[in-house]
Design a protein around this ligand. Structure first.
Ligand code: SAM
Ligand code: DTB
Ligand code: SF4
Length: 333
Protein backbone atom coordinates (compact mmCIF):
# COMPACT_ATOMS: atom_id res chain seq x y z
CA UNK A 1 0.00 0.00 0.00
CA UNK A 2 1.23 3.48 -0.85
CA UNK A 3 0.77 5.91 2.03
CA UNK A 4 1.24 9.66 2.13
CA UNK A 5 0.07 10.03 5.73
CA UNK A 6 3.19 8.77 7.52
CA UNK A 7 3.85 10.24 10.95
CA UNK A 8 7.20 11.23 12.41
CA UNK A 9 6.75 8.55 15.08
CA UNK A 10 6.23 5.81 12.50
CA UNK A 11 9.22 6.86 10.41
CA UNK A 12 11.39 7.16 13.53
CA UNK A 13 10.44 3.65 14.54
CA UNK A 14 11.30 2.28 11.11
CA UNK A 15 14.58 4.22 10.99
CA UNK A 16 15.59 2.85 14.40
CA UNK A 17 14.67 -0.79 13.73
CA UNK A 18 17.57 -3.16 14.57
CA UNK A 19 19.70 -2.97 11.45
CA UNK A 20 19.38 -6.55 10.18
CA UNK A 21 15.61 -6.51 10.63
CA UNK A 22 15.47 -3.15 8.90
CA UNK A 23 17.38 -4.50 5.91
CA UNK A 24 15.16 -7.60 5.82
CA UNK A 25 12.00 -5.48 5.89
CA UNK A 26 13.27 -3.11 3.21
CA UNK A 27 14.44 -6.00 1.03
CA UNK A 28 10.97 -7.55 1.33
CA UNK A 29 9.18 -4.33 0.36
CA UNK A 30 11.68 -3.87 -2.45
CA UNK A 31 10.81 -7.29 -3.87
CA UNK A 32 7.09 -6.54 -3.78
CA UNK A 33 7.50 -3.53 -6.05
CA UNK A 34 10.69 -3.99 -8.05
CA UNK A 35 12.85 -6.57 -9.73
CA UNK A 36 15.62 -6.93 -7.17
CA UNK A 37 18.17 -7.88 -9.82
CA UNK A 38 17.72 -4.64 -11.72
CA UNK A 39 19.64 -1.46 -11.02
CA UNK A 40 19.16 1.58 -13.21
CA UNK A 41 22.35 3.13 -14.52
CA UNK A 42 22.20 6.91 -14.90
CA UNK A 43 24.70 9.46 -16.13
CA UNK A 44 25.28 12.97 -14.88
CA UNK A 45 26.70 15.85 -16.85
CA UNK A 46 27.47 19.30 -15.55
CA UNK A 47 26.30 21.52 -18.41
CA UNK A 48 27.14 24.76 -16.59
CA UNK A 49 29.79 24.53 -13.93
CA UNK A 50 30.67 26.71 -10.94
CA UNK A 51 30.14 30.39 -10.24
CA UNK A 52 26.83 29.79 -8.46
CA UNK A 53 25.54 32.69 -6.30
CA UNK A 54 24.06 30.35 -3.64
CA UNK A 55 25.83 29.46 -0.38
CA UNK A 56 25.07 25.71 -0.07
CA UNK A 57 27.72 24.67 2.46
CA UNK A 58 28.41 21.34 0.76
CA UNK A 59 28.78 22.62 -2.76
CA UNK A 60 32.07 23.06 -4.59
CA UNK A 61 30.27 25.10 -7.27
CA UNK A 62 29.29 28.02 -5.02
CA UNK A 63 31.22 31.08 -6.23
CA UNK A 64 31.92 32.28 -2.70
CA UNK A 65 34.03 29.25 -1.73
CA UNK A 66 37.53 28.76 -3.07
CA UNK A 67 37.54 25.30 -4.54
CA UNK A 68 39.36 23.75 -7.47
CA UNK A 69 36.23 23.72 -9.60
CA UNK A 70 36.77 25.74 -12.78
CA UNK A 71 33.89 27.90 -13.90
CA UNK A 72 32.54 26.89 -17.31
CA UNK A 73 29.75 28.58 -19.22
CA UNK A 74 26.85 26.59 -20.60
CA UNK A 75 28.01 23.84 -22.94
CA UNK A 76 26.90 23.71 -26.56
CA UNK A 77 23.93 21.52 -27.47
CA UNK A 78 25.96 19.30 -29.82
CA UNK A 79 28.55 18.55 -27.15
CA UNK A 80 25.86 17.55 -24.69
CA UNK A 81 24.13 15.28 -27.21
CA UNK A 82 27.50 13.67 -27.94
CA UNK A 83 27.95 12.89 -24.23
CA UNK A 84 24.41 11.51 -24.02
CA UNK A 85 25.08 9.19 -26.96
CA UNK A 86 28.27 7.97 -25.25
CA UNK A 87 26.32 7.38 -22.04
CA UNK A 88 23.59 5.49 -23.85
CA UNK A 89 26.15 3.31 -25.61
CA UNK A 90 27.70 2.53 -22.24
CA UNK A 91 24.32 1.25 -20.96
CA UNK A 92 22.89 4.30 -19.27
CA UNK A 93 19.12 4.90 -19.61
CA UNK A 94 18.80 8.20 -17.78
CA UNK A 95 20.78 11.32 -18.52
CA UNK A 96 20.77 14.13 -15.98
CA UNK A 97 22.06 17.60 -16.83
CA UNK A 98 23.05 19.85 -13.96
CA UNK A 99 23.56 23.61 -13.97
CA UNK A 100 25.09 25.66 -11.18
CA UNK A 101 22.24 28.13 -11.19
CA UNK A 102 20.17 29.50 -8.31
CA UNK A 103 17.18 29.55 -10.61
CA UNK A 104 16.35 29.37 -14.28
CA UNK A 105 16.17 32.69 -16.11
CA UNK A 106 14.17 33.20 -19.27
CA UNK A 107 17.09 33.86 -21.56
CA UNK A 108 19.14 32.32 -24.37
CA UNK A 109 20.76 29.85 -22.00
CA UNK A 110 17.37 28.46 -21.07
CA UNK A 111 16.50 28.12 -24.76
CA UNK A 112 19.73 26.19 -25.20
CA UNK A 113 18.85 23.88 -22.32
CA UNK A 114 15.47 23.26 -23.96
CA UNK A 115 17.41 22.26 -27.09
CA UNK A 116 19.50 19.84 -25.02
CA UNK A 117 16.36 18.33 -23.51
CA UNK A 118 14.83 17.83 -26.98
CA UNK A 119 18.01 16.22 -28.26
CA UNK A 120 18.49 13.81 -25.35
CA UNK A 121 14.81 12.91 -25.36
CA UNK A 122 15.07 12.00 -29.03
CA UNK A 123 17.76 9.46 -28.14
CA UNK A 124 15.16 7.49 -26.21
CA UNK A 125 16.71 8.17 -22.80
CA UNK A 126 14.94 9.45 -19.71
CA UNK A 127 16.08 13.04 -19.70
CA UNK A 128 16.46 14.77 -16.35
CA UNK A 129 17.60 18.28 -15.43
CA UNK A 130 18.64 19.97 -12.23
CA UNK A 131 18.76 23.71 -12.81
CA UNK A 132 17.67 25.27 -9.51
CA UNK A 133 14.35 26.97 -8.92
CA UNK A 134 11.67 27.03 -11.63
CA UNK A 135 8.52 29.03 -12.26
CA UNK A 136 5.39 27.14 -13.36
CA UNK A 137 5.90 28.50 -16.91
CA UNK A 138 9.49 27.27 -17.07
CA UNK A 139 8.39 23.84 -15.89
CA UNK A 140 5.78 23.80 -18.69
CA UNK A 141 8.42 24.72 -21.26
CA UNK A 142 10.72 21.94 -20.06
CA UNK A 143 7.83 19.49 -20.25
CA UNK A 144 6.99 20.60 -23.78
CA UNK A 145 10.63 20.08 -24.79
CA UNK A 146 10.38 16.46 -23.61
CA UNK A 147 11.80 16.62 -20.08
CA UNK A 148 11.12 13.36 -18.28
CA UNK A 149 12.26 14.21 -14.73
CA UNK A 150 13.44 17.17 -12.68
CA UNK A 151 15.88 16.82 -9.79
CA UNK A 152 15.46 19.28 -6.95
CA UNK A 153 16.73 18.03 -3.61
CA UNK A 154 15.35 19.02 -0.23
CA UNK A 155 18.83 18.03 0.99
CA UNK A 156 17.91 17.89 4.70
CA UNK A 157 15.12 18.76 7.15
CA UNK A 158 13.39 22.12 7.25
CA UNK A 159 14.87 22.68 10.74
CA UNK A 160 18.48 22.12 9.66
CA UNK A 161 18.15 23.82 6.26
CA UNK A 162 19.26 27.24 7.53
CA UNK A 163 22.51 25.74 8.86
CA UNK A 164 23.42 24.61 5.34
CA UNK A 165 21.89 27.20 3.02
CA UNK A 166 20.86 30.78 3.77
CA UNK A 167 20.30 32.15 0.27
CA UNK A 168 16.93 30.42 -0.17
CA UNK A 169 14.47 28.65 2.08
CA UNK A 170 12.72 25.32 2.33
CA UNK A 171 9.50 26.74 0.95
CA UNK A 172 11.32 27.80 -2.23
CA UNK A 173 12.32 24.17 -2.71
CA UNK A 174 8.81 22.85 -2.06
CA UNK A 175 7.33 25.44 -4.43
CA UNK A 176 9.56 24.30 -7.28
CA UNK A 177 8.71 20.66 -6.59
CA UNK A 178 5.03 21.65 -6.80
CA UNK A 179 5.55 23.39 -10.14
CA UNK A 180 7.36 20.32 -11.49
CA UNK A 181 4.53 18.06 -10.36
CA UNK A 182 1.88 20.36 -11.83
CA UNK A 183 3.70 20.27 -15.19
CA UNK A 184 3.47 16.46 -15.08
CA UNK A 185 7.21 16.02 -14.95
CA UNK A 186 8.49 13.10 -12.88
CA UNK A 187 9.83 14.33 -9.52
CA UNK A 188 13.33 13.50 -8.27
CA UNK A 189 14.07 14.75 -4.77
CA UNK A 190 16.25 13.51 -1.96
CA UNK A 191 19.13 14.69 0.13
CA UNK A 192 22.58 14.41 1.60
CA UNK A 193 23.72 12.74 4.80
CA UNK A 194 26.95 13.51 6.62
CA UNK A 195 26.58 17.29 6.81
CA UNK A 196 26.42 17.36 10.62
CA UNK A 197 22.65 16.83 10.74
CA UNK A 198 21.02 14.73 13.44
CA UNK A 199 18.91 11.63 12.96
CA UNK A 200 15.84 13.82 13.48
CA UNK A 201 16.84 15.83 10.43
CA UNK A 202 17.22 12.74 8.29
CA UNK A 203 13.85 11.50 9.49
CA UNK A 204 12.37 14.98 8.98
CA UNK A 205 13.47 15.08 5.37
CA UNK A 206 12.06 11.60 4.70
CA UNK A 207 8.82 12.65 6.41
CA UNK A 208 8.49 15.68 4.14
CA UNK A 209 9.13 13.61 1.01
CA UNK A 210 6.81 10.77 2.01
CA UNK A 211 3.94 13.11 2.91
CA UNK A 212 3.96 15.15 -0.29
CA UNK A 213 0.61 14.75 -2.11
CA UNK A 214 2.43 12.19 -4.29
CA UNK A 215 5.76 10.54 -3.53
CA UNK A 216 8.68 11.53 -5.72
CA UNK A 217 9.28 8.86 -8.36
CA UNK A 218 12.97 9.16 -7.58
CA UNK A 219 14.78 9.70 -4.27
CA UNK A 220 18.55 10.22 -4.43
CA UNK A 221 20.44 9.50 -1.23
CA UNK A 222 23.83 11.20 -1.31
CA UNK A 223 26.67 10.84 1.16
CA UNK A 224 28.45 14.15 1.44
CA UNK A 225 31.53 14.36 -0.75
CA UNK A 226 33.59 16.79 1.32
CA UNK A 227 35.36 19.22 -0.98
CA UNK A 228 38.33 21.36 0.05
CA UNK A 229 37.39 25.00 0.26
CA UNK A 230 33.74 24.40 1.23
CA UNK A 231 32.55 24.93 4.82
CA UNK A 232 31.93 21.18 5.11
CA UNK A 233 35.41 20.16 3.95
CA UNK A 234 36.28 18.54 7.30
CA UNK A 235 33.08 16.60 7.90
CA UNK A 236 33.66 13.03 8.93
CA UNK A 237 32.60 10.23 6.61
CA UNK A 238 29.26 8.69 7.60
CA UNK A 239 29.21 5.01 8.41
CA UNK A 240 27.66 2.70 5.85
CA UNK A 241 25.01 1.78 8.40
CA UNK A 242 23.69 5.32 8.31
CA UNK A 243 23.48 5.17 4.54
CA UNK A 244 21.73 1.79 4.84
CA UNK A 245 19.21 3.12 7.38
CA UNK A 246 18.42 6.06 5.15
CA UNK A 247 17.98 3.93 2.03
CA UNK A 248 15.97 1.23 3.81
CA UNK A 249 13.62 3.74 5.42
CA UNK A 250 13.09 5.53 2.10
CA UNK A 251 12.37 2.16 0.46
CA UNK A 252 9.82 1.15 3.09
CA UNK A 253 7.90 4.41 3.22
CA UNK A 254 8.07 5.18 -0.54
CA UNK A 255 7.95 1.63 -1.93
CA UNK A 256 7.54 2.47 -5.61
CA UNK A 257 10.22 5.17 -5.82
CA UNK A 258 13.58 4.60 -7.41
CA UNK A 259 15.98 4.99 -4.50
CA UNK A 260 19.29 6.17 -5.91
CA UNK A 261 22.61 5.40 -4.28
CA UNK A 262 24.08 8.69 -5.47
CA UNK A 263 27.16 10.64 -4.36
CA UNK A 264 29.72 9.05 -2.09
CA UNK A 265 30.26 5.68 -3.75
CA UNK A 266 33.98 6.37 -4.28
CA UNK A 267 34.46 5.92 -0.57
CA UNK A 268 32.38 2.74 -0.34
CA UNK A 269 33.57 -0.81 -0.87
CA UNK A 270 31.71 -3.25 -3.11
CA UNK A 271 30.37 -4.99 0.00
CA UNK A 272 29.08 -1.71 1.42
CA UNK A 273 27.33 -0.92 -1.85
CA UNK A 274 25.86 -4.44 -1.84
CA UNK A 275 24.27 -3.65 1.53
CA UNK A 276 22.73 -0.53 0.04
CA UNK A 277 21.22 -2.58 -2.84
CA UNK A 278 19.99 -5.11 -0.29
CA UNK A 279 18.35 -2.22 1.60
CA UNK A 280 16.46 -1.20 -1.53
CA UNK A 281 18.68 1.10 -3.56
CA UNK A 282 18.05 0.42 -7.24
CA UNK A 283 20.02 3.01 -9.15
CA UNK A 284 23.51 4.39 -9.42
CA UNK A 285 25.26 7.16 -11.29
CA UNK A 286 27.88 5.70 -13.57
CA UNK A 287 30.95 7.23 -15.12
CA UNK A 288 34.12 8.49 -13.51
CA UNK A 289 32.63 11.89 -12.63
CA UNK A 290 29.45 13.00 -10.89
CA UNK A 291 29.04 16.73 -11.59
CA UNK A 292 32.47 17.89 -10.43
CA UNK A 293 33.70 15.14 -8.09
CA UNK A 294 35.03 11.64 -8.81
CA UNK A 295 32.85 8.53 -9.05
CA UNK A 296 33.78 4.88 -9.59
CA UNK A 297 34.44 4.30 -13.30
CA UNK A 298 32.36 2.14 -15.66
CA UNK A 299 34.84 -0.73 -15.57
CA UNK A 300 34.66 -0.98 -11.81
CA UNK A 301 30.85 -0.80 -11.85
CA UNK A 302 30.58 -3.45 -14.58
CA UNK A 303 32.66 -5.75 -12.38
CA UNK A 304 30.44 -4.95 -9.40
CA UNK A 305 27.28 -5.77 -11.39
CA UNK A 306 28.84 -9.10 -12.33
CA UNK A 307 29.83 -10.03 -8.81
CA UNK A 308 26.41 -9.06 -7.44
CA UNK A 309 24.50 -10.58 -10.40
CA UNK A 310 22.82 -7.26 -11.12
CA UNK A 311 21.47 -6.16 -14.46
CA UNK A 312 21.20 -2.61 -15.78
CA UNK A 313 17.53 -1.68 -15.94
CA UNK A 314 15.77 -0.49 -19.09
CA UNK A 315 14.42 3.05 -19.31
CA UNK A 316 10.92 3.67 -17.99
CA UNK A 317 9.98 5.90 -20.85
CA UNK A 318 8.65 4.49 -24.05
CA UNK A 319 11.18 3.39 -26.62
CA UNK A 320 12.51 5.74 -29.25
CA UNK A 321 9.96 4.62 -31.86
CA UNK A 322 7.16 6.18 -29.87
CA UNK A 323 8.70 9.60 -30.44
CA UNK A 324 8.40 11.61 -33.63
CA UNK A 325 11.67 13.44 -33.02
CA UNK A 326 14.17 10.75 -33.97
CA UNK A 327 17.82 11.73 -34.10
CA UNK A 328 18.36 13.43 -37.43
CA UNK A 329 19.67 10.96 -39.94
CA UNK A 330 21.35 11.90 -43.21
CA UNK A 331 19.13 9.70 -45.30
CA UNK A 332 16.43 12.36 -45.37
CA UNK A 333 13.63 10.16 -44.12
N1 SAM B 1 21.97 24.22 -8.63
C1 SAM B 1 20.93 23.27 -8.65
C2 SAM B 1 20.34 23.02 -7.28
O1 SAM B 1 20.97 23.27 -6.29
O2 SAM B 1 19.24 22.52 -7.23
C3 SAM B 1 21.33 21.95 -9.27
C4 SAM B 1 22.71 21.39 -9.08
S1 SAM B 1 23.15 20.90 -7.42
C5 SAM B 1 24.84 20.59 -7.60
C6 SAM B 1 22.36 19.30 -7.26
C7 SAM B 1 22.50 18.56 -5.97
O3 SAM B 1 23.81 18.02 -5.86
C8 SAM B 1 22.33 19.32 -4.68
O4 SAM B 1 21.00 19.52 -4.34
C9 SAM B 1 23.00 18.39 -3.68
O5 SAM B 1 22.05 17.51 -3.13
C10 SAM B 1 24.01 17.61 -4.53
N2 SAM B 1 25.40 17.91 -4.12
C11 SAM B 1 26.10 19.01 -4.42
N3 SAM B 1 27.33 18.97 -3.86
C12 SAM B 1 27.40 17.80 -3.19
C13 SAM B 1 28.41 17.19 -2.40
N4 SAM B 1 29.57 17.78 -2.18
N5 SAM B 1 28.16 15.98 -1.87
C14 SAM B 1 26.96 15.37 -2.08
N6 SAM B 1 25.97 15.92 -2.81
C15 SAM B 1 26.18 17.11 -3.35
C1 DTB C 1 21.79 14.13 -6.67
O1 DTB C 1 21.06 13.97 -5.68
N1 DTB C 1 23.07 13.84 -6.70
C2 DTB C 1 23.66 14.19 -7.97
C3 DTB C 1 22.42 14.61 -8.79
N2 DTB C 1 21.37 14.58 -7.83
C4 DTB C 1 22.42 15.91 -9.50
C5 DTB C 1 24.70 15.23 -7.83
C6 DTB C 1 25.80 14.83 -6.87
C7 DTB C 1 26.84 15.89 -6.94
C8 DTB C 1 28.04 15.57 -6.09
C9 DTB C 1 29.02 16.66 -6.08
C10 DTB C 1 29.65 16.98 -7.40
O2 DTB C 1 30.08 16.06 -8.13
O3 DTB C 1 29.79 18.17 -7.71
FE1 SF4 D 1 24.48 26.41 -6.55
FE2 SF4 D 1 23.13 24.11 -6.64
FE3 SF4 D 1 25.66 24.20 -5.69
FE4 SF4 D 1 23.71 25.27 -4.27
S1 SF4 D 1 23.92 23.10 -4.81
S2 SF4 D 1 25.70 26.22 -4.70
S3 SF4 D 1 22.37 26.08 -5.87
S4 SF4 D 1 25.01 24.61 -7.76
Amino acid sequence: MIRTNWTREEITEIYNTPILDLIYKAATVHRQHHDSREVQVCTLLSVKTGGCPEDCAYCPQAARYHTEVKVHKLLEVEEVIGKAIEAKEAGSTRFCMGAAWREVRDNKDFDKVLGMVKGVNSLGMEVCCTLGMLTPEQAEKLKAAGLYAYNHNLDTSEEFYGDIITTRNYKDRLDTLHHVREAKISVCSGGIIGMGEGENDRIGMLLTLATLPEHPESVPVNALVPVEGTPLEDQEKVSVWEMVRMIATARIIMPKAMVRLSAGRVRMTLEEQALCFMAGANSIFAGDKLLTTPNPGMVQDKAMFQVLNLMPRKAFKEPLDAYPTKVASNSGN
